[in-house]
Design a protein around this ligand. Sequence first.
Ligand code: ADP
Ligand code: MG
Length: 737
Amino acid sequence: MSTTDPIQNSLKRLGSKLDVSKEIPDKSQQTKQPIVATTPLQFIPGIGLHRIELFHKIGVRRAVDLLFLFPRSYQEIAPYQSITELEPGIRASVVGQVVDRDQRVSFDGRGSVGILLAIEGGGYVRCVWYNQPFRREQYTMGTRLIATGIAKSTGISFEMRHPEITILAEDQSLPEAKPIPVYPLTEGLQQRHVASAVAAALDGIGNSIEEAIPESIRLLANIPRGTTLPHDQFQPLMGISQALRSVHQPATIAEANEARHRFIFQELFVYQLALAMRRYRLQHEKPSPKIEATPLIHSRILRRFPFELTRDQLGAIEDVRRDMATEIPMNRLIQGDVGSGKTAIAQYALLNAVANKNQAALMAPTELLARQHFARLTKQMEGSQVLIELLVGSISQRERSELLQRIAIGTVDIVVGTQSLLSEHVQFESLGLVVIDEQHKFGVEQRASLRESRTVPHYLVLSATPIPRTIAMTVFGDLDVSILRDKPPGRATVHTYLGNSDQTKKWWDFVLKQVQSGRQAYVVTPRVESDPASESIGAEQVFAELSSGPLQNLRIDLLHGRMDGSEKQQKLDAFQSGRTQVLVATTVVEVGIDVANATIMTILDADRLGLAQLHQLRGRVSRGSYPGYVCLFAKQGVAPEENARLSVLASTDDGFQLAEQDMLMRGPGDLLGTKQIGLPPLRIADLVRDAEVLSTARAIAQQIVASDPNLEQPDHAKLKRQVTQRHGAVTSLGDVG
Ligand code: ADP
Ligand code: MG
């Protein structure tokens, strides 16, 4: 955007202040005024005024937007077609030799000139012009030429009216196939409209867009990691001007890809910079209390666990221990599949905080889960002086305000709660640690809002949604990550079956037998009420049918999200204690419920649920030492093995593998939870395809921010502007442009 011309520059600055949408198009200026980045579309030659609205629809308002309207893909158009490739009504090019000529006068007096081309590779095409007698002299017998026009079938052969002609020398080689960009469109807008508008913008400002990425970084970006070759063996990524041209008007696909690589890198790099800056800021803005797990404290906490910790648990605990011991706020994510034992890490951190005279908060996404955490912690700390309280929506007003007071004066050590911990003005006396369980249910903003509180606690999040590596790097890019891969020992495997509708009786017989031998069972269906329109079966109906049918002799109960907190809790308690043998439920049982004796799960209408959610559900029956059995039924008339998701689920129990598969099948944008946790909108990069570029971008971003945390070096000024404009909300550096 910067040129050396001061007048041009000030014009641009002025232009950026104008509200372009209110400008009135003035035809007389169309050709006079030079195009600048902010030139509104109506001043760009060749864009019909009636199409401006259509361009607005695809997000293009100014000249510069055209440049960054990246093609979705490219079509490789051969420069000419053989006779068999011609289709009536479709524009095409043919190469041939003039073998015959004719001149006719029709009954209405119009004259026509025709030439007959013998097409290379076989066949004939006649070209014809009306009222252009000079044509006859131009194309003498034997001339070799390319004719481009709309092919029209004459029944036995093809004809082109008024084609464009390129005369070729006898031995001239033919032009090569060219990639044609394919742009995102909206109804009424055609590829050629976009291509010509882009061409006008390229001519006007293609060379004056400023380069935001210094050459040294562009070079780093193009050096394969781990290479031993000297750097001068590599070329930097394409510069901006070249890249803009090559992305829109490439001569070859390879050139287009090289240009795209630059923009993909740029998009990912700018976001990674934002994350790295945010991380830096979180770490350096305000200190956290030093919470040191001395050897004494450490062993005292470990002694409270009723089991041996796994190697991964111990590793994660060491990470947490190290993080909490410094004034730099911890920002750590514990990623582990369902049942991998993440709670133990949380408990360690909580008790460590308390042992160091700090308060700690544990937040869960649902009240059920909060209560479960509360119950477990309380039990674990029986006989100690640690004071643990529960803060959830369903406690009475009086209890609440009394509790808030005690939290504020510091007599409560650990507060377990739901999001209400965040949304209300809960004042702590000395909050040293916040743990958030099931992070995928929380938004980035909520994380941020907690950040605004007076104290800066250490921060630990647990996520049971195994997230593909690339997504984690993007969404949780500002967090350190510990991963729990190995599961606690003594876990029996889960068997996953795909149930066909003719196997239901056999399955319920199996469930009955299992329950009669002492196990418990879940029956899950997504909806509360049946919906005949979508042929889905609701929990209420399932409950009614099972309790009067195949499972009638069992103690069976119903649980769903529309019940109030205390009713849910009662029902869950009854299941936990074994009084209820079969629990028919909606997906409320998805998150974190832990009943070790429940080993059988039936999922109805399973094809309505996402892979991650199904995997979460399955995790409910792999908690104890008995083998788990899950049977997935798809909706009426759908064979479950035809559903790719269900087949994948049945094929593996590894959550990380499932997450990768899920992303391949659905794309990163559709992954469970990624919407809530704020995946940035990507214009050209694709987290599945561009994982490698992402890693590079991340590594370089971290390197840059380590040496220049606020991007203050002159070299980085333009990058900083992009970071602020695009991701200001992430970095809290500024507004979103
Ligand atoms: P999640 O990672 O899904 O939150 P939890 O922390 O709830 O998993 O642990 C699942 C179950 O495994 C709990 O019943 C817990 O007591 C048990 N558990 C956790 N760690 C171990 C271990 N190292 N050895 C044996 N059992 C464990
Ligand atoms: Mg958990």
